[in-house]
Every structure is written in C-alpha cells, then in structure tokens.
Design a protein around this ligand. Structure first.
Ligand code: NAD
Length: 291
C-alpha cells in the first residue's frame, strides 16, 4: 500500500517555487507577495493563516498578515479588500474563512479581484474552472491533483467518487477529475449527505476522495480492492494524551482501509500540506500574470 505523502510532494513543489523566486531576485525583480486577512481569533483559522504565512517565507515570498477584530463592519472589510485590489505590489489576496455572521462571505469573495483570487473562490474563477479555462483552482483540489501527478496516479477512464459537495473542496474536485487534463478524464460521481447506498457507490470507486469532516467514517467495506483513497477530512478529536488535548483525524479509518486500498493520503501529512502548496502555486501564477 502506497502512502500518498503530502510532505514529500509539497517539499518538492516548494523547492521548485523557491528556485523561481531566486531567479527573480537575481534579475532584480520583486518577489511574489500574498496578503492574508484574518478576522477575529478562531483557533483553527489562526493556525491555518500562520502556516500559510510561514510557508510564504519558506519559498521566499513576501506576505502581509492583516488582522481585524471580529466586530469589523462588512463595509470596512470590503473597503480594505478594494485597497489591496488596487495595490500593484500585492499579487494574491486571501481572506481566511469562516467570517463572523454579520459579514457576507459571498460579498467578500466577490470583492476580491479575480486576478488576485489565489483561493480560487470567486464565481468568475469557479466558472472558468467549470468551462476548463485557465484559472485559479481552489487550493485544496489543486493540491490533490498535484499529489496524484507526483505519485503517477493514472486517472484516465477511472471511476472516481467524491464525497462532499462544498464549493471549496468537493465540487471543484469533481470538476477537475472529470475535465480533459492529465489528472482528469474520470467518470465522476459526487455524493453528499442525501446520497443513498453510499457504501455501494464508494466500493465501485477506483479513486475515492472524501471531504466530509466525519472522523474515521470510511471503513474497508466501503473501499474497492486497490483503490486510491484521498482523505481531505480534518477534524479535531479530543485526546487527553495529546499535548494540545486533541488530535487531527481524517475521514478515513486509515489502519482498516490500508488492508484493502492501493494508496491512501494520510491525515495529518497528506492533503493539508498540499493545500498550502496549491496556494503557493496560485500566488506564483498571479505574480506571473501580473509581471
Ligand atoms: P462541508 O461541511 O462544507 O462539506 C461536507 C460535505 O460532506 C457536505 O457536502 C455533506 O453533504 C457531505 N456529507 C456529510 N455527511 C455525509 C454523509 N454521511 N454521507 C455523505 N456525504 C456527507 O465541509 P468542507 O469545507 O468541504 O470540508 C470537508 C472536510 O475537509 C472537513 O473536515 C474540513 O475540515 C476538511 N478540509 C480540509 C482541507 C485540507 O486542506 N485538508 C481543506 C478544506 C477542508
């Protein structure tokens, strides 16, 4: 059973990106610059943003973290994004979700310039993804395609099942897998909380992508012999023996599924790291479009 190791793959991508940054510097050019906005003090969001900022530094990008209290008005936040849109020194903008309830996530996403939308959530970029045009694919599905390419996973003609239909993971992943690319050309089934016979559908999948947020839900009886299993789920599960009082668990019962699958991406150490790689690649793309 092959472990689809996100650490090895993301390090490879980071190395490539840092070499490009070195060549920009050698030619007297500025480096890619990501602006990240964090509203409030949500613990998980703090960790995600800190990791993104740290990863920018690792590859030599500039990053600016802009923090607001959770009582910032929607208008103030939208104006701050407009300013970043106009700033020619900034290539990519991300606003860490979720946002406080009084702020419309859709308005925020639609205010980010599609040219700087390195999270790939703007409806214009989603539309381009659906139509198969060059775009910013959302970082998590983009990262998964890079993971499959790195490990030479054959996708053409395969049955792929994606569990989860969110705009940031499940739906765009289903589109990428069905598209006419080297990491696509699958026959895709998308499952969600109203799907009947989930076990039967999953057990026919050559490639199973699971983005549910239900720790340990996927067992070996749901998996075809030799299947490629990509686990997107990240859930904090209380564990008094862990230093932080919790552990991160994926949707897949790894030890059980490992008895049957051909490959599995681990949690942690799989798709999470690839999401950051996807964001860094998108930021490079935005920079190159901009220069
Ligand atoms: P979401 O809550 O928007 O979507 C969950 C999906 O799972 C829904 O579409 C729902 O219909 C489906 N679902 C739930 N229960 C189901 C069931 N019993 N049968 C079939 N489908 C079911 O979540 P999301 O934002 O797409 O995230 C999904 C998971 O991925 C979460 O654990 C999240 O933390 C994780 N995530 C990880 C990364 C990463 O970088 N690894 C990035 C984004 C999200």
């Amino acid at each position: 059973m092959l472990v689809l190791d996100g650490k090895i793959c993301s390090q490879h991508i980071k190395h490539e990106l840092s070499q490009k940054v070195e060549s920009f510097k050698a030619n007297g050019k500025r480096v890619p610059h990501l602006a990240a906005i964090l509203v409030g003090n949500n613990g998980a969001s703090e960790t995600y943003v800190a990791n993104k900022v740290k990863s920018c530094a690792e590859v030599g990008y500039q990053s600016t973290l802009i923090r607001y209290k959770d009582d910032i008005s929607e208008l103030e936040l939208l104006q701050a994004i407009e300013e970043l849109n106009l700033n020619t020194e900034i290539d990519g903008i991300l606003v860490q979700l979720p946002l406080p309830n009084h702020i419309s996530e859709l308005k925020v996403i639609e205010t980010i310039s599609p040219k700087k939308d390195v999270d790939g959530f703007h409806p214009l970029n989603s539309g381009r993804l659906v139509q198969g045009h060059p775009t910013f694919a959302p970082a998590t599905p983009y990262g998964m395609t890079m993971l499959m390419e790195y490990f030479n996973i054959e996708t053409k003609g395969k049955n792929a099942v994606v569990i989860g239909r969110s705009n940031i993971v499940g739906r765009p992943m289903s589109i990428l897998l069905s598209g006419n690319h080297t990491y696509g050309n699958c026959t895709v089934t998308i499952c969600h909380s109203h799907t009947k016979n989930l076990e039967e559908i999953c057990s026919q999948a050559d490639i199973l992508v699971t983005a549910m947020g239900k720790p340990g839900f996927i067992k070996s009886n749901m998996v075809k012999e030799g299947a490629i299993v990509i686990d997107v789920g990240i859930t904090r599960v209380d564990d008094e023996t862990a230093a932080r009082g919790y552990r991160i668990k994926g949707d897949v019962d790894f030890d059980d599924v490992a008895t049957k699958a051909g490959a599995i991406s681990p949690v942690p150490g799989g798709v999470g790291l690839m999401t950051i790689a996807g964001l860094l690649k998108n930021t490079m793309k935005a920079y190159l479009n901009n220069n």
